[in-house]
Write a new protein. Structure first.
Lengths: 462, 283
């Protein structure tokens, strides 16, 4: 009974230690990830109906294809990978630790046969002199050796980069550290969003809705509300453009007020330069108009040159001195993307005359005479706009992020150790009139062979 | 002298280099092989100057930024990194025939960039205004280039191995006799991936660090991120198969080619076919 149990346990253990499993898991994760990029993730049911038949949708949803990276089987693959690499490490580690605690010091016949690089060297001199010469030689050309005497024969052992053997453990451990960081972030952190109107402040933000929730009640919204414990105020938002009309900079001036006192005063944030306070970071993400803009225009009478200042709200129309009406239709801060020959702010207005024939045309800030050509009795210029913005801020709290970075650093260190360094060992057996040298490396044997040959060449010269 | 003129010379040099390498395969004359390398290095130097000049030109235009911001610039940089990795391997191992299988990748990139892509210097949109752009793009593309070299070497391996198994032994007169031995090619494939994998890892980490700095999320399963991870999984599988199970030879070569196809999909396919945060694909 115990033997079957033992067999079963050991076959489970072997299964988790196997590299076949590693390769299967890596390829499985790759395939699942591909599915996740081909099938749109977390879209609304209507969108899926447009793309797939109902039967396909049922199948995909049963297989969790619509939320691949949170599906139970994707996560299971990640857990299995974790177990797999822990098991592999446990299996291999004792062997490598033994190399640290009890290195092989003696070059006996068995070891000699197992080494790919071995050289015999006949020379004059007694064992002690030769031993001292070889110790000095290894110290100069390789590493200081450990000397062991065994029945009148001296054995020298020297090694380099022993610790590179542990790079692979660092690397594997780093993956677990990154997972721990990711979990810490998802349990103790949140991602949210908030819009702040210029001149006002908020002390609550909203967590992103849970995956798959497309409609929600007030209660659910309340559940997603997070109290910051301080107030963030947007003092000003500005956007600037390049000459070609592409956006150049989105900037919010933010202040943080805690217990009625400003703790951060008017700090500008832009994309790629966020603000962090008490572990909560605010990122510039978007912007939108807050309330209706008011446009300031001047109407000049073509005949007598009298000027009238006008202020138009976007939704309103205003009466003009001659009894017609003017309405603002749409506007932009930069006309260039629409009409490449022109630049600057533009406003499209509609003129409704008494005869009832509406007429719409553009007014351009940078070209005050633009409207002369239209030939109307009133010539309009677009002087300025009062617009209020609200800035859109991404809000994130992620206490796990430093664990993730620690994991990444460990991973890079581990990779460098495991990929670019090899554990090189050299043994020398000194008898009187005879030296035997052998060596090995745990990686890149070809490069070690070259090194070994050069070493022998130098030895021949001494 | 403008950078676009120098880029044309670069393209021409890579074309000349490729033709010389093909002639070398036919003639088996070592001097011709050196000429192929020299043409490639000449192109590389001209290209280096051109990239520097384009960087300077962007400052003259008042939109100064490293020339790594749109599809044209990235393709040009990709072909530069391919020749760089080729040079490293050429200097170290001196297998001239490898040039015939690697230089065409660089030429393809340059020709596509010069003939088919919008080459204007555009100002940087706010999302790209960061030093992370430099670290992220350089590490990623050096990684991609190593995989390109590994792929070229793997194609050579498959040709060589097929020939060896068909004829038993390669006759001295055949072009394929010029190839390094199958064992060498297999080893070279592995070495190129040993360079590429750490660089790709750094590329993914710098990308995550940048995303965290710009958006507050280091990983959001965006298609580009996901595909870079897919490529990472494939090469991780390659390394594990290789190190510990002795998956050498044909299967390693095939896996390396699959890895490079995934790399190219990650680089171009994602932008052209899927949607996401790396928006240069539209250019």
């Amino acid at each position: 009974m115990t033997t079957t149990k033992g067999n079963f346990a050991s076959s489970v253990w072997n299964f988790f230690c196997s590299l076949k499993l590693t390769i299967f898991l890596l390829i499985g994760l790759a395939v699942a990830s591909i599915i996740g990029t081909v099938v749109q993730q977390n879209a609304s049911p209507e969108q899926y109906l447009k793309e797939y038949s109902e039967a396909t949708i049922r199948l995909f949803s049963a297989l969790n294809f619509f939320d691949m990276y949170h599906s139970w089987w994707f996560i299971l693959l990640l857990y299995l990978l974790t177990v797999n690499l822990v098991a592999c490490s446990i299996k291999r580690l004792p062997r490598d630790l033994k190399m640290v605690s009890t290195p092989t010091l003696i070059l006996n016949e068995g070891l000699e046969k197992s080494l790919s690089c071995v050289e015999h060297h006949k020379t004059s001199g007694n064992a002690t002199t030769l031993r001292d010469r070889m110790v000095e030689f290894l110290r100069q050309e390789f590493a200081a050796p450990q000397v062991t005497e065994d029945k009148g024969v001296y054995h020298l052992f020297a090694q380099k980069n022993l610790y590179s053997r542990f790079g692979v453990y660092f690397l594997h451990f780093s993956i677990i550290v990154i997972f721990i960081g990711a979990m810490t972030g998802s349990y103790f952190g949140y991602k949210g969003f908030v819009n702040i109107e210029e001149g006002s402040g908020v002390s609550e933000v909203y967590k992103r809705p849970a995956v798959g929730e497309h409609m929600e009640t007030q209660e659910q919204l309340a559940k997603r509300t997070i109290n910051l414990g301080f107030t963030v105020r947007c003092d000003k938002f500005t956007v600037s453009f390049y000459d070609n009309g592409a956006p150049k900079e989105f900037k919010s001036i933010l202040s943080v007020i805690e217990n009625g006192k400003p703790v951060i005063d008017r700090r500008p944030i832009i994309v790629n330069d966020p603000l962090t306070y008490k572990g909560i970071t605010f990122y510039q993400a978007s912007y939108s108009p807050a309330g209706e803009p008011v446009f300031h225009l001047t109407a000049r009478n073509r005949k007598n040159n009298t000027q009238t200042k006008l202020a138009v709200r976007q939704s309103d129309r205003i009466a003009l001195p001659d009894g017609a009406y003017l309405q603002a239709l749409e506007y932009t801060q930069e006309i260039k993307p629409f009409i490449p020959q022109l630049s600057g702010p533009a406003l499209k207005v509609a003129l409704i005359t008494k005869t009832g024939e509406p007429q719409s045309f553009l007014l351009l800030r940078n070209y005050p005479d633009f409207d002369v050509e239209r030939g109307g009795d009133l010539i309009f210029t677009y002087d300025s706009v009062d617009e209020k913005w609200q800035t859109g801020l991404q809000v994130a709290k992620d206490p796990g992020v430093w664990i993730v970075w620690a994991g990444c650093a460990l991973m890079v260190i581990g990779i460098c150790m495991a990929f670019f360094l090899s554990h090189r060992r050299i043994w020398v057996r000194v008898e009187s009139g005879r030296i035997t040298i052998g060596g090995t490396a745990n990686k890149n044997q070809a490069a070690f062979q070259l090194f070994f040959d050069r070493l022998l060449e130098k030895l021949g010269k001494t | 002298m403008s950078s676009s003129f120098l880029f044309n010379i670069t393209t021409l040099s890579y074309l000349v280099s490729m033709v010389i390498f093909f002639v070398f395969l036919g003639s088996r004359n070592k001097t011709i092989g050196y000429a192929g390398s020299i043409a490639a290095y000449f192109g590389f130097i001209v290209q280096t100057v051109a990239i520097g000049l384009r960087w300077k030109e962007s400052y003259v235009l008042g939109v100064g930024h490293a020339p790594l911001s749109n599809l044209y610039e990235s393709v040009v940089f990709f072909s530069w990194t391919i020749i760089l990795i080729f040079a490293l391997i050429d200097f170290k191992y001196k297998y001239q025939a490898v040039g015939a299988f690697v230089v065409p990748f660089a030429l393809l990139g340059m020709a596509w960039a010069q003939l088919g892509l919008h080459s204007g210097i555009d100002p940087l949109v706010p999302a790209l205004q960061s030093n992370w752009l430099l670290y992220h793009v350089i590490t990623c593309f050096l990684g991609y280039a190593s995989f390109a070299v590994a792929c070229g070497v793997s194609i050579m391996y498959l040709i060589k191995a097929r020939h060896e198994s068909a004829t038993g032994n390669v006759s001295a007169g055949s072009i394929i006799a010029l190839f390094p031995s199958a064992k060498m090619l297999d080893d070279l494939n592995y070495k190129a991936i040993m360079i590429g994998f750490p660089l790709l890892t750094l590329g993914i980490i710098t990308g995550a660090a940048w995303a965290n700095y710009a958006w507050g999320t280091y990983w959001s399963w965006d298609p580009k991120e996901t595909w870079s991870l897919i490529v990472w999984f494939i090469y991780a599988a390659f390394l594990h198969a290789r190190i510990t199970r002795g998956w050498v030879g044909k299967r390693a070569a095939v896996l390396s080619i699959i890895g490079f196809i995934a790399t190219i999909f990650c680089y171009l396919g994602v932008n052209l076919l899927l949607s996401g945060l790396h928006s240069y694909g539209g250019g």
